[in-house]
Design a protein around this ligand. Structure first.
Ligand SMILES: *Cc1c(COP(=O)(O)O)cnc(C)c1O
Length: 362
């Protein structure tokens, strides 16, 4: 029996229509805004039995790595590109540690716009570069870091007819608020603690705004405590000063001068939370731990899991608290770290008995 798409009930049952449609009433869009969507958002909130048992909390993972281009950047990009198209733009530009360029390239391609992306030379994961290239974006490498790339893009957008779609574009932040709304809609309340990685600090800004709006409208009756985590080698907010040569294996948060710095500090302060640093060693351990329990998220994404374990060790987790860790990107973006040190798989002849012996079954 085939399901007929002519039956409207069957065609629409449980189908996620993309966040601009699902949250249209909270978005700066009008009847004339062309909706450029790849059906982003609606990502799973996954209960982690393992982390719950370990910490004595009720821990959930918001896996934003399963967005269409493999990171949360799609949430802001669907709106930024829709608004750029509405405004008649023909070209968009962004600086990126990789995921923004992947999202910009994909949404620009969907919209029929030209995209150029500026990335730090030799510092972006292969999977992310592959996405920008295959979607047809022009890739420029800058001899410098992310902060230098953003400076080039801001200057370009100031003086030439291109639309900047970095998170300094307010529509990016507007779109990213949806992650907080989805978490509340999925839990039926706000979590007690909301943990996420911090790079350029757009996401923490957006999530805190999202929660406050739901709270102001009476959708939730309490706000979460927000804890943001930077990588120790790229932790300007924690140190209180710009880092000129940020360094971490978590390339998505390898940023020394976050564009939304003051908003990130405000989110932590107003919510009673914090912004602290986790080491690359802690991030790598969290990356492996998460994957061993079924969720393969990219390195930067697992900083909040590293942070959760650190808070637990410091005795700073209220027991029984409902905790959400936002896992911002997919592990396949940068598979090198997954196979590093794993060695070659064992080769066997076409022989089940040999396979059984290798597997310890015989
Ligand atoms: C962009 C990105 C971050 C950092 O988000 P900001 O909004 O820049 O703080 C974290 N993780 C992943 C996977 C990202 O792509």
């Amino acid at each position: 029996m085939s399901t007929s798409s002519a039956d409207p009930a069957v065609a629409t049952r449980g189908v996620w229509r993309g966040l601009l449609v699902e949250y249209a009433d909270r978005m700066p869009i009008g009847a004339d805004t062309p909706i450029v969507t790849l059906r982003e958002g609606g990502t799973p909130l996954i209960h982690s039995e393992f982390l719950s048992e370990l910490t004595g909390c009720d821990v959930h993972l918001k896996f934003d790595g399963v967005n269409p281009t493999g990171s949360f950047k799609d949430r802001g990009m669907t709106l930024a590109i829709s608004k750029a198209k509405e405004a008649g733009a023909e070209a968009v530009i962004c600086a990126s540690t990789g995921n923004t360029s992947a999202a910009a390239a994909a949404y620009a391609a969907k919209a029929g716009l030209t995209a150029a992306v500026v990335v730090p030379k030799g510092r972006i994961a292969l999977g992310k570069l592959a996405q920008a290239v295959i979607h047809g974006a022009t890739v420029l490498q800058v001899d410098g870091n992310f902060d230098d790339a953003l400076e080039v893009c801001r200057d370009l957008a100031d003086r030439y007819p291109v639309e900047l779609v970095n998170s300094v574009n307010p529509y990016r932040i507007d779109g990213q608020r949806t992650a907080a709304w989805e978490i509340c809609d999925q839990l039926g309340r706000a979590p007690d603690l909301h943990l996420l990685p911090v790079g350029n600090a757009g996401n923490i800004t957006a999530h805190w705004r999202g929660y406050r709006e739901y709270h102001a409208d009476g959708v939730i009756d309490a706000l979460p405590v927000v804890h943001g985590f930077q990588a120790a080698g790229a932790s300007p907010i924690v140190r209180g000063e710009r880092v000129t040569s940020p360094s971490t294996i978590a390339t998505a948060i390898r940023i020394g001068n976050p564009a939304s710095w003051p908003h990130a500090v405000a989110a932590a302060e107003e919510s009673g939370g914090s912004i602290t640093a986790v080491s690359d060693r802690q991030i790598l351990a969290a990356f492996r731990l998460s994957a061993r329990h079924g969720v393969f998220a990219e390195l930067a994404s697992t900083a909040p899991i590293a942070g959760l374990l650190a808070l637990h060790e410091q005795g700073r987790l209220p027991s029984g608290a409902t905790v959400v860790c936002v896992l911002t990107g997919h592990g396949l973006k940068d598979p090198d770290w997954a196979v590093a040190g794993a060695g070659e798989p064992t080769t066997i002849p076409v022989d089940a008995d040999r396979a059984a012996r290798v597997l310890g079954l015989a």
